[in-house]
Design a protein around this ligand. Structure first.
Ligand SMILES: [Zn+2]
Length: 486
């Protein structure tokens, strides 16, 4: 995040657009008891499936797949990869004809395991030595993976479902190639997001119990899968996972994944440059912007509070006081690093804890955080509770947590230089490249307040938390109380 200097622009236009102003008051009462729209977000399910934590990973007792793998050392990493490919291919065999005009799915004929720490040879015109990657290449019609570094590292961090995620993404490129869903000159961003979308459609099948070797729960299981997508955006490598520019922001990636999970392969097939551009306009400035961190201190907290005041001015809610003193609060469990007390309309903050969250993500370091935006989003989430309190909405329960995520999304969406939907940016803080991705990482975590109610409880499904955040980000705070009404 960074402060901008210069004129405040177009606040009037913003106010005009947020016409359902008492949204959080009047509108919520009007819609009281109204169920969410069909196909829309819901707190208790994940795109129509029950939301729950549960077993994720290999299914015990499933017989190993019998697929030839070139170069294998016969070890566990390759056994996992082979089973993953078998499940993903079985899925595409089943759905490909329906999704793509009756055509049969042609399996990928060559599966290649290599060791990036060994001398090795070349694959798809790249040396495999030092290539910590997984990739599909159309020219040689193969899927290859690094069994020595990439897959073990991801499996260590996220569990064995990480290998399935990576290989389902690579198979997504094979599907793309076979179905001709994108032109040969399609931008990388489109190719990558479509592959993520195809990954999502496979994982729905797995979540429904349709895969032979793997299971995934819709709660913490999908959190891990989306965590992998978030993580591999910065995995070093030369071809596929080349970083944010190639794969899009993590926010784009999980959005594409969620589309595939919710709507299936036909939705993915419709992804083209126009579709991707419509959803990612708000990120265009990121390409030129300098990454600037806003250290957590009293001055910057005041600036964040001021931006929250401006974004939510229209709700008529009295802005809460911010304090760095711990305050006891009756009837509410204390939350860290920020706690909201409805009785006194006060947010008490722990600067130390916020600063730790604001540390850049340094993998495997003890002081690793999520980044500055993730820290400020925790503060914004407690502010969002004050807005709900003023509107007479409950501050506990699943809807309260998701409304909070939606309101934090709405605040974030108005700090972007070019917000989606022709809205004007608000205030003097701007998001820098990667800020929203920090928020995504935090939203998928177990300990974030961004989607938590006043007691710090959040719904188990990161999927639902992200949907709520995205709704606010894209559409402003209007839908937050209507979609997540009591
Ligand atoms: Zn890819």
């Amino acid at each position: 995040m960074a402060p901008v200097s210069g004129v405040r622009r177009g606040l009037g236009a913003v106010l005009a657009l947020l016409t359902c102003t008492a949204v959080l008051g009047g509108c919520s009462r009007v819609i009281s008891g109204t169920p969410t729209t069909a196909g829309g977000p819901a707190t208790h399910d994940v795109a129509g499936l029950p939301a729950s934590n549960g077993p994720t990973g290999p299914i015990a007792g499933a017989p190993d797949a019998d697929l030839p793998v070139e170069g294998t050392d016969g070890g566990e990493v390759d056994a996992l990869a082979r089973n993953a490919i078998a499940d993903v291919q079985a899925y595409w065999r089943e759905v490909f004809p329906d999704a793509f005009d009756g055509a049969e799915f042609e399996p990928v004929p060559r599966l290649v395991s290599y060791d990036s720490t060994a001398l090795g040879g070349t694959l798809c015109e790249q040396r495999t030595q030092g290539l910590s990657n997984a990739f599909y290449c159309g020219g040689e019609n193969l899927i290859a993976w690094d069994r020595a570094d990439l897959l073990p590292r991801l499996n260590n961090s996220f569990g064995p479902i990480a290998s399935v995620t990576v290989l389902a993404h690579e198979m997504g490129h094979a599907v793309q190639h076979r179905a001709g869903t994108t032109g040969r000159d399609a931008p990388t961003l489109v190719l990558e997001q479509q592959a993520d979308c195809f990954t999502g459609s496979f994982f729905r099948h797995a979540a429904e119990g349709g895969a032979e070797h793997f299971q995934v729960s819709t709660g913490d299981g999908l959190n891990k899968v989306m965590g992998v997508l978030n993580y591999i955006r910065d995995t070093p490598g030369d071809t596929d996972f080349t970083g944010a520019d190639a794969h899009g922001s993590a926010f784009d990636r999980v959005t594409a994944f969620q589309y595939g999970f919710s709507e299936g392969p036909q939705r993915c097939a419709r992804m083209d440059a126009e579709d991707v551009k419509r959803r990612t306009t708000q990120f265009q400035f990121w390409k030129q912007a300098q990454e600037t961190d806003l250290p957590v201190d009293e001055k910057n907290l005041a600036a964040v509070r001021s931006s929250l005041e401006q974004v939510f001015a229209d709700t008529g809610a009295l802005p809460p006081e911010l304090t760095t003193e711990p305050l006891p609060c009756d009837g509410v469990r204390g939350t860290e690093p920020a706690a909201y007390c409805p009785e006194t309309n006060t947010i008490s903050l722990s600067l130390d804890d916020l600063q730790r969250i604001a540390n850049p993500p340094a993998k495997e370091a003890a002081d690793s955080g999520y980044g500055d935006f993730a820290a400020y989003a925790q503060v914004a989430s407690r502010y969002a509770l004050s807005v709900q309190e003023a509107a007479g909405l409950p501050l506990t329960g699943e809807n309260a947590g998701l409304r909070t995520a939606c309101l934090v999304g709405a605040w974030s969406g108005l700090l972007v230089e070019d917000p989606i939907g022709q809205r004007n940016p608000v205030g003097e803080l701007r998001l820098a490249p990667g800020d929203i991705d920090e928020g995504v990482a935090a939203l998928l975590g177990d300990d974030s307040l961004i989607a938590a109610d006043v007691n710090g409880d959040q719904v188990p499904a990161g999927f639902a938390r992200l949907e709520a955040f995205r709704m606010g980000f894209q559409d402003g705070f209007g839908p937050c109380s209507t979609e997540y009404g009591e």
